[in-house]
Ligand binder design. Structure first.
Ligand code: 5RP
Length: 227
């Protein structure tokens, strides 16, 4: 059912794209529905800036014209998924380990639409573990510093480095991800600032004041949430 919700959200977002636009393509299963729907529209003159190698591969396969942030530094519209959508369209992103490129593309965008299934909408951010991208060099030390910051925010659980079958998960940029099981983030802006001050932290998955609109798929159709 959530796949249907993701699909209709992606399809609704694709309707917002106009011919000739520079479009930021998000990462993840919901963003993939958007990419498919966008390709199906066959709009002329689109240039698409992908936020991950996986999205680039999909877009290329579907015949979309790819660009980069270097060649297209001003993006008209970015559409991307999220792991949680909180009040004021504050988001947690990075479940797919693409948060750094995603944030770079979002920040270069005139407008950002977040698309999601209904389960992603929450009253308080933090049930989904917050992804934090760190450089591999000295990452355990960085992890300890992250734990100190989390304690200062009354979050008792240290962040854990993300692993998969083949060992440590690497981002497209070769970095590592620490996931912080915050449970509840009561001061997202303060936490965002404090994490950014840690040497070795490249970026975190708190996307604050970036989304202009959310398109949420529900069993009854799509719901649009403004900022
Ligand atoms: C990738 C992301 C994704 O947008 C987020 O994890 C949501 O993924 P999905 O649409 O598969 O639920 O932030 O880094």
């Amino acid at each position: 059912m959530s796949d249907h919700q993701k699909r209709i959200a992606g399809e609704a977002a694709a309707e917002r794209v106009k011919a000739g636009m520079v479009v930021g393509l998000g990462t993840g299963s919901t963003a993939a529905w958007f990419v498919k729907a966008l390709a199906a529209r066959g709009l002329a003159g689109l240039r698409c800036v992908p936020t991950s190698e996986a999205t680039a591969d999909l877009a290329r396969e579907l015949g979309l014209t790819l660009s980069s942030l270097e060649d297209s530094p001003r993006i008209d519209l970015t559409v991307d998924g999220a792991d949680e959508i909180g009040p004021g369209l504050a988001l947690i992103k990075g479940g797919g380990a693409a948060l750094l490129r995603e944030k770079l593309v979002w920040e270069a965008s005139e407008r950002c639409i977040v698309i999601a299934d209904a389960a992603k909408v929450v009253e308080t951010l933090g049930a989904f573990p917050l992804p934090i991208e760190v450089v591999a060099f000295g990452h355990k030390t960085t992890g300890n510093r992250i734990a100190d910051v989390l304690l200062d925010h009354d979050i008792q659980m240290p962040a854990r480095v993300r692993t998969a079958d083949r060992g440590l998960v690497r981002t497209d940029g070769g970095n590592l991800i620490y996931d912080a099981a915050c449970k509840a983030i009561h001061e997202p802006a303060r936490l965002a600032d404090d994490l950014k001050l840690i040497t070795g932290v490249v970026e975190h998955g708190l996307f604050l004041d970036l989304a202009d609109e959310a398109i949420v798929g529900t069993d009854a159709g799509v719901e649009v949430i403004g900022p």
